[in-house]
Design a protein around this ligand. Structure first.
Ligand code: SF4
Length: 457
């Protein structure tokens, strides 16, 4: 079982101009220790997806659908013991309720069969039996989605789900002390800009110590010792002295190292790094990425790395999701994505990566801009910018499918190279017409091989 499972996550912002569908049906898995990248231009929904994982979406935004499951066995054991009144037993629910009857109630309330089954190919007139049979809707699906709560069969506070061999923490329903323990203790975050992530009126040491104090059962002396040790681990020279420095006494690179120390201080299972090097110059960027890569490899911590830069992903990640207009348009192992990209948007992003020695006078760009997420273009949302768009692309929305078989992609299947383009469901007349040329010596290499330096001032 994966460490983190995100299924059909939808996060929307309810503004005066309309509903912004910032994340619109995102699914992926992250294994223990895996490095997973999410890539896309500004406005693709990457950061909102990460903030949703930490439950940091503020008004007027909220998670409207989908499931975020944290499945670490030791953590689930501890949560079951500490929050027994928040445990939901799925077997009991199956004994008490008939899933077809529940689905029938939702259809009677006007829920579209395709929404319930999360498959646009399901007939709009399908009855409950067909939705359960052909759409594969199960009690687990109802529990994982918002519908379990809407139907009144799942208590909104029940966030620890026991399904026999599979048990998990449903982050979208976690709250209070349970949510506080998850944040920082099991999932931590490295934000874009260390200057705003660090509090200017507390010393660096105190800010690391604070995270340790909240999440680990240590004495004050042990807390300080661990904070100093973390400063040393992230390459800050003279950590004992630097413990008492304020953020303004650190360079930008050292500040980001301190933020990484805070994130790693409680041995989290997953670090979400949201454009962690955007505010840094390129040499420091390489050092910070190398540091994150090395430390998480040493500790077995998984990373979800958010970036607009495919070059950064190439140096750090095992697998990658490319997002466009709130949706995943391609998910693949990093080598497959680079050597055999399946989606025209990914191809456009690859063309915009500078490579030393490739002889181009100008970098390629993708024409146009990310669409307004209140009024996403019909059909394939990428069609106004896609060089291969045909009439079908303006009418039919492509689903994320296995690029080899055309079958709906399964986010739990790690070998799948999935893409959301009509090419893979045989709906394009002329097909995609691009060729990937691999030139020796022009591989993108970022960060992970670089030596750490003692001081990046
Ligand atoms: S579905 Fe059409 S518009 Fe969308 S990426 Fe494929 S070819 Fe381009």
């Amino acid at each position: 079982m994966a460490l983190l499972e995100v299924d059909h996550l939808k996060t929307q912002f309810f503004t005066e101009d309309g509903v912004v569908k910032a994340v619109d049906g995102l699914s992926y898995r992250i294994e223990r220790g895996e490095k997973f990248g999410i890539v896309g231009e500004s406005g693709a929904g990457k950061s909102v997806a990460s903030l949703s994982l930490m439950r940091l979406i503020d008004d007027p935004g909220r998670i409207v659908d989908g499931s975020i499951r944290f499945t670490d066995e030791t953590t689930v054991d501890a949560f079951e013991a500490d929050f027994p009144s928040h445990v939901l037993d799925l077997e009991t629910l199956r004994d008490e309720h008939d899933v077809t009857e529940l689905v029938g109630r939702l259809l009677d309330d006007g829920v579209a069969p395709s929404t319930l089954a999360r498959d646009d190919r399901l007939d709009a007139d399908a009855d409950a039996r067909t939705v359960v049979r052909d759409g594969g809707v199960t009690m687990r699906d109802l529990v994982d989605s918002r519908y379990g709560v809407e139907l009144g069969v799942v208590e909104p506070e029940a966030f620890i789900v026991n399904d026999g061999a599979e048990r998990y923490i449903e982050i979208t329903r976690a709250s209070g002390e349970g949510l506080r323990r998850l944040r920082g203790g099991h999932i931590s975050m490295v934000f874009q800009d260390p200057q705003t992530a660090l509090n200017p009126v507390y010393t660096i040491g105190e800010q690391i110590a604070e995270a340790i104090r909240v999440h680990m059962d240590l004495t004050e002396n042990e807390v300080k010792e661990r904070a100093i040790e973390m400063l040393g681990t992230v390459g800050i020279p003279d950590p004992e002295e630097r413990y008492n420095n304020y953020p303004h006494e650190f360079s930008g690179g050292m500040q980001q190292r301190a933020v990484i120390a805070v994130a790693l201080s409680c041995d989290p299972d997953l670090i979400i790094a949201d454009e962690p090097t955007t505010a840094l110059d390129v040499t420091i960027e390489a050092q910070i990425l190398g540091l994150l890569d090395d430390l998480t490899t040493e500790t077995g911590t998984a990373i979800q790395l958010i970036t607009h830069d495919l070059g950064v992903v190439a140096g750090v990640c095992d697998r990658v999701a490319v997002m466009y207009a709130g949706k995943p348009v391609e998910i693949a192992h990093v080598e497959d994505l680079y050597y055999d990209p399946k989606h025209p948007y990914t191809v456009g992003l690859m063309g915009s990566i500078p490579r030393i020695g490739d002889g181009r006078e100008r970098l390629d760009t993708i024409p146009g801009t990310m669409p307004d997420l209140v009024q996403v273009p019909p059909g394939c949302s990428f069609h106004p910018r896609c060089p291969y768009a045909e009439e079908a692309c303006t009418k039919k929305e492509p689903q994320l499918v296995n690029a080899e078989t055309g079958a709906l992609a399964d986010p739990g299947e790690y070998r799948d190279h999935a893409a959301a383009c009509l090419e893979y469901t045989d709906d394009l007349q002329h097909g995609l017409d691009y060729e990937v040329i691999i030139q020796e010596g022009l591989e993108v290499s970022v960060g992970s091989d670089l030596e750490l330096t003692e001081d990046d001032d």
